[in-house]
Design a binder for this molecule. Sequence first.
Ligand code: SAM
Length: 271
Amino acid sequence: MAISYLSTSGIRNLFSESNQDNDDNGDKNSELNWFPAVEINVTEEQIARDYDHEDENEFMINKICGMNIKLFRLENIVLKLKDNEHENIIKAESQHSDLLPAVYEGEYILSQEIPLRNLKVLDLGCGAGILGIIALLRGSVVHFQDYNQEVIEMFTIPNVLLNSIDRKLIKKKAEFYAGDWTEFTQLSANKYPNEDEKYDIIFTCETIYNTDNQKKLYQVFKERLKHNGVGYVAGKTYYFGVGGGMRQFESLIKDDKTFNVENVWTSDQGL
Ligand SMILES: C[S@@+](CC[C@H](N)C(=O)[O-])C[C@H]1O[C@@H](n2cnc3c(N)ncnc32)[C@H](O)[C@@H]1O
């Protein structure tokens, strides 16, 4: 098994974020009530929705190495929601809006022509789901995982359907999971206990920023990646305010002596 990583030297200041509760941060990690892991089903209504004729202002098109990936604008989705009913997605939007969703990482995957045909891929901490969508369009079966159920239901699934060539196949080609990484590892192991049912590739992008959560993130790789599988971790070299970053996550992996680790891409561009 191997872990490859991609890092940018951009510094993300986490002081500006709410870092006291749920998925994001805090030294009160062990005292928090983490959301349980659940599988989210794509509804018939979602499959039937006429995504091809959506108002073009509702989504943006990211051209990544010649592949057009359409993503709904999360800020538009949030604008339509009532605060009291959807506080998790509203919070997720406010925390992630400074990030360009995984575009560099998508470029890396496509430019390196990482084989993705007929593989089983996990987009871990997927948010918009861009890496998983690329894998899906390249012929993999993809599982999408995000902490927030609302993000999966209102953002990730619509994005996947917006880009799917044959929406009727979605239930065969994609699965969606919400909740904390520790429980996700367990749920996944219960549902797919055999070695050949584990993931060939796990992609994760911008998920190592919370040092308190890195061990459980790492545990997903350790328990759910095939013996000959590869994990790709993308993140910043250093996250100001939390004392962590790619080097420190790399040390965590090396200390455990399970994976070979290699730096495959570095950029000195900022955010
Ligand atoms: C900054 S977002 C990155 C989203 C996407 N990968 C991207 O690059 O645009 C971090 C993601 O990690 C997920 N996450 C953070 N802590 C988590 C936890 N403890 N369990 C499960 N998912 C978590 C969040 O839900 C979020 O989607």
